[in-house]
Design a protein around this ligand. Structure first.
Ligand code: AMP
Ligand code: GLY
Length: 428
């Protein structure tokens, strides 16, 4: 098979790495890829948003399977266009991807299908939103309706913060038309986790659990990022919580959409808040998570291409997922200044000194220069994933490897996985 992967981050390097292990695959392309992906796939100078060029390439090169990493092409209808041209693609259609592309659509669906989530109100008028903020209790969460590269959600402790959030989103239009509407919702408390599921529109097959670390600094301090690390499995998702997420959240969502004529095929990502009452949904995503994928796929023992084929063909009921009993921890190494402004082009050294075969270094914002040097080329630069029998041992392994890698300004959290080391919290 000839496979095309779309995207350039750590998630996409992990997808390419896993797909390359499939005996079904003879050649992999990636648009546009990065310095690490280049070792495993032929990188193409095509932007993930250029749907016509991607479809043209897939036709010309007789691509058997295209896998979409990031959300913008899904929201723009890449899947619809590929299907129209008779091309096989893994990822939901534009109608189905609305669960991520429009938070108003997603919240409406949650209410209709009885899926537990925070109470909320939608506003399409800034003055009304500001008046509501004055009346309602704090804290609250202000969310831009549309895609905002993970920056459109602002958790506000004080009314002033919420005022400012509404102004930035609706008046200054920091995220463009994504801010035509806002949601103001109750702030949930508990511990966050992610549960991703493969689905062919009928069968819902959850993966193992994972936990992201969004804030930039240790102890969840500082501004949110795309994700500074992840681990899998997440002990907060006990077998009982896992069942509830599947029965109360993932399956009702897929069934509800199907009943409205929207067939959802691909990965459905549930971002959850878990407390003593059980799981509630914070948000759905229409794709693999980044960096959850870097902690999940190294634990998946199935051939990923077989699973994706089963999703596309509506045969997912035939698949049983098998997970390694090992735990995985992924630590993201970021550029100095990230998530604010940062410089690119810093030489990365020490990649070859990682000689532990239970550690994989996934590239995100990296570039290989003609002289062979690998340099930084983005905010999140590398995801170092280590596997071991316990989360504690995986943490040690991963950090031992990360310490060998250097670039000017590099920073990473030192407490990835620490939440998993408090099992007393979850023995209830
Ligand atoms: P998102 O980009 O939609 O994943 O949201 C980013 C982060 O905002 C989530 O991971 C949570 O930490 C936080 N968040 C979103 N909604 C809520 C909520 N209702 N209550 C508390 N935190 C929230
Ligand atoms: N890890 C968060 C996301 O992929 O949206």
């Amino acid at each position: 098979m000839r496979v095309l992967v779309i995207g350039s981050g750590g998630r996409e390097h992990t997808l390419v790495w896993k797909i390359a292990q499939s005996p079904l695959v003879e050649r992999i392309f990636c648009a546009p890829g990065n310095g690490g992906i280049q070792e495993l796939a032929e990188c193409l100078n095509i932007s993930p948003s250029d749907i016509a060029a991607l479809a043209g390439f897939a036709e010309k090169e007789k691509i058997d399977l295209t896998v979409v990493g990031p959300e913008p092409p899904l929201a723009e209808g890449i899947t619809d266009e590929f299907i129209r041209r008779g091309l096989r693609i893994f990822g939901p259609t534009r109608a189905a991807a609305q669960i991520e592309a429009s938070k108003v659509f997603a919240k409406g669906a949650m209410v209709k299908y009885g899926i537990p989530t925070a109470d909320f109100i939608v506003f399409d008028d800034a003055q009304r939103a500001l008046r509501h903020i004055r009346r309602r209790p704090t804290p609250m969460v202000v969310k831009a309706d549309g895609l905002a590269a993970g920056k459109g959600v602002i958790v506000c402790r004080a009314r002033d913060d919420a005022d400012e959030a509404v102004r930035r989103i609706m008046v200054e239009k920091e995220f463009g038309a994504s801010g035509d509407k806002v949601i103001i919702e109750d702030c949930l408390v508990g511990e966050e986790a992610s549960l991703l599921a493969f689905t062919d529109g009928e069968t819902v097959l959850p993966m193992d659990s994972a936990q992201d670390h969004k804030p930039v600094f240790d102890n969840d301090e500082g501004p949110n990022t795309g994700g500074m690390g992840a681990y899998s499995p997440a002990p907060v998702v006990t077998p009982e919580v896992y069942r509830r997420i599947n029965n109360e959240i993932l399956t009702p969502m897929i069934r509800g959409l199907a009943a409205e004529g929207i067939e959802y095929k691909g990965v459905l990502y549930a971002g959850l808040m878990i407390d003593d009452d059980g799981p509630k949904i914070l948000e759905f995503n229409a794709r693999f998570g980044d960096p959850e994928t870097q902690a999940l796929l190294p634990r998946l023992e199935n051939d990923l291409v077989e699973v994706m084929d089963a999703v596309i063909d509506g045969r997912l009921s035939e698949i049983e997922l098998k997970w390694s009993t090992k735990a995985a921890v992924c630590v993201v190494m970021a550029s100095g200044g990230y998530p604010g402004p940062y410089e690119k082009g810093k030489t990365i050294s020490g990649l070859d000194s990682v000689d532990d075969n239970s550690v994989v270094v996934f590239h995100a914002g990296t570039k290989r220069l003609d002289d062979g040097r690998i340099v930084t080329d983005g905010g999140r630069v590398l995801g170092v994933t280590g596997l071991s029998d316990t989360i504690g041992q995986a943490i040690e392994r991963t950090y031992a490897a990360a310490e060998k890698i250097h670039f000017d300004g590099a920073h990473y959290r030192k407490d990835i996985g620490a939440k998993a080391l408090r099992p007393e919290k979850w023995n209830r």
